[in-house]
Design a protein around this ligand. Sequence first.
Ligand code: FDA
Length: 311
Amino acid sequence: MLRQALLALSTSGPARDAIMATPATRSVVARFVAGETIDEALEVTASLAADGRLVTIDFLGEDTTDPAQATAVTDEYVRLLGRLSEAGLAARGRAEISVKPTAVGLGLPGSGEKTALENIRRVAAAARNAGTTVTVDMEDHTCVDATLRLVGELRADFPDLGCVIQSYLRRSADDCRALAVAGSRVRLCKGAYQAPDGVALASKAEVDASYARCLRILLDGPGYPMLATHDPRLIKIAAARAGLAGRDDGSFEYQMLYGIRPAEQARLAASGAQVRVYVPYGSDWYGYLVRRLAERPANLMFFLRALSSRR
Ligand code: FDA
């Protein structure tokens, strides 16, 4: 109930203006977001890399309604990839990037899918020049077919283009089966958006069971699974399944969000596993922040405490 209310807030214009204008929000944002500039994102990336973590960087923004803005976001990613390469952080995919299709134009009326495809193609080409890869984030359920279509088309030229499956969608096991092919980089997450009952599973138990089912399909296949979760139970299930499937540490990775369970990230990395941290930066952090608050009551309490302690 609370989660649904918060997710509704994540797309509300007036709530967005009020929350973004509150100075105390900044301390909470700092926990989940690397900063507003490329320099700040690079600083966090370098420090995670020095600690043996892999990184995927997201330039915050979504639901672009203007073609010029979609081009500006694409330009920012190309600049970021150039800076990662200069800093020696991109080689062998140590730091890659994550792109939201609606940030680069998917939602534009008429030409959205074509615009997003061409913009992601530019980003993927820049990533290849830098020696790294791109993962295409998955947004709400209305974007799934178009996103999978554009990933499928771009993989003809960029076979290492990553995509994302959300276990809360009823269709996800079928999508995993279709994507569990050699060389296919697939991030599996639970899903952070609102979706109607017919499309999404209703309870946390069902979403978790679906995650376990999907991770089995991906780990048993010949692709490269990227298991994005902070859930201790699912991490244990993943480790056991990877062992049963005869996978070595280099053949899959765990992924977690910047600022969430850093001790677990360190523990997994110290055990020899590959751990990639999703590092968002930029000034358009509102939707991302509210989705993090919706995931966990403790995150919401942290936010409310920050607000009250500054009154
Ligand atoms: P869940 O939220 O159920 O938490 C499970 C358990 O993890 C908790 O009970 C607790 O034990 C632990 N935990 C969670 N948060 C914690 C915290 N702050 N501190 C301590 N313990 C905590 N979504 C999407 O729709 N599209 C996408 O493209 C992506 N991309 C993405 C990339 C990466 C790298 C990650 C990690 C996540 C995403 N997501 C996403 C978000 C994802 O769908 C999901 O909303 C969050 O990861 C939260 O789900 P969990 O799997 O962590 O489980």
